[in-house]
Write a protein that binds this ligand. Structure first.
Ligand code: AMP
Ligand code: ZN
Length: 112
């Protein structure tokens, strides 16, 4: 999608602070971090929402990213939180599916 900011990040047309990449997925630091570790994990291919992902390889790579980032940033031991805001009621602002990965401290509720 030409006017999608996360597509531009995935295509490296816009710079971001990339923390992880695999074949189908890229992860980068949230521009407005709510907690110590706040990454966004996105499929490189554009999907509006989590409901639109129909490719098993993409699903696998999203979960692989979670595991590998957790190890890389040493949050596998203490844990972390994955959040997906979906559509209007979920509070989704960027319409390119993304998982928020939050950690590095004891998390409260209602962060995002
Ligand atoms: P959501 O409300 O779930 O759609 O979250 C969108 C998230 O994207 C917010 O946490 C923003 O801070 C973040 N965000 C928006 N633009 C950028 C950007 N260019 N680079 C990194 N994070 C961004
Ligand atoms: Zn996109």
């Amino acid at each position: 999608m030409s006017d999608c900011i996360f597509c531009k990040i995935a295509n490296k047309e816009i710079t971001s602070d990339i923390v992880y990449e695999n074949e189908n997925v890229i992860a980068f630091k949230d521009l407005n971090p709510r907690v110590k570790i706040h990454f966004l994990i996105i499929p490189k291919k554009h999907y509006d929402t989590i409901l639109d992902i129909d490719d098993q390889n993409v699903m696998n790579d999203l979960f692989r990213a979670i595991r590998e980032i957790a190890k890389k940033y040493n949050i596998d031991k203490n844990g972390f939180r994955i959040i997906n805001n979906c559509k209007e009621d979920g509070g989704q602002e960027v319409m390119h599916m993304h998982l928020h990965m939050l950690g590095g401290e004891k998390l409260k509720t209602n962060i995002i």
